[in-house]
Each structure stands twice: as C-alpha cells, then as structure tokens.
Design a protein around this ligand. Structure first.
Ligand SMILES: [Zn+2]
Length: 137
C-alpha cells in the first residue's frame, strides 16, 4: 500500500506567527517554549523591518548622489560652453548643422556641444546653409 509522501512545507513568517498565536490561545502549560518562540519571531520581524529600512535608505542615498553628480556635470558643461568661443583656432565658426524633419536647422558647436535652433545661432557663427544636410522637404 503506497503512502503519499508530502514534501515538508516551507514555513513563512506568517505561518510561524499563526502557529504561535494558535499555541498561545490554546493556553495551558508549556508556555515557556511558546513565549520563547514568540520572542524569537518578534526579534526576526524587527530585524527584517530594520534591514528593509536600511536598504531603502541606501537606495535613496544612491539616487540623491546620482542626481547631485548629474547637476554638477551639467554645471561644468554650462561653464565650459559659456567660455567657448565656438570658433576654430584658425578662424571661422566651429559649427555643424543638421536639418530635422520639421525643416528646423539645428546647429551645434563642435568643441563644446552647445546647441542652437534656427535663429538662435549668433550672426558671427552663421554657416552656409547649403553645408547643412538633412531630409529632403
Ligand atoms: Zn563651443
């Protein structure tokens, strides 16, 4: 006669807590073991919660550091762009351009990557528009 062999059930914290509650409610003797188990369980729950909070703090700190690093990078970029003459050392603007699908001209400094759209480009940096490629419109 074959017997069903069941794999031992994985216990979860919730199951442990339910078991402790059941044992506690049944009352009577042997409460030392139950109390001890309840204390261990409470300790474990407290540790889990503390660990979870710590992980959250670490993630928040990492995000904050990332945001600060990005802001600093952008500051350096803006400072570099504001000090760039956008001119080639031997004369003439160091500007490249591209026309987009809406027909806008997008200009970019080849040294500092500062961008301008259409008329935003200062007059002394203008380049011949036939040098600007893009989709046929
Ligand atoms: Zn530039």
């Amino acid at each position: 006669m074959a017997r069903n062999i069941q794999a031992p059930k994985k216990s979860s914290v919730l199951e442990d807590a339910t078991m402790v509650a059941t044992l506690t409610q049944s009352g009577g003797g042997g409460s030392d073991a139950v109390t001890k188990m309840a204390n261990l369980l409470a300790e474990k729950l407290e540790k889990d919660k503390a660990n979870e909070l710590e992980q959250r703090d670490i993630a928040l700190a990492a995000r904050k550091a990332g945001a600060e690093a990005m802001a600093q990078k952008r500051e350096r970029e803006v400072a570099f762009q504001s000090n760039c003459p956008h001119m080639k050392p031997w004369g003439g603007p160091s500007i490249g351009g591209q026309r987009d699908h809406q027909g806008n001209y997008r200009f970019i400094c080849l040294f500092c990557s500062k961008m301008w759209i259409n008329d935003e480009l200062p007059a002394h940096l203008k380049i011949a528009l036939d040098r600007v490629g893009g989709p046929d419109s």
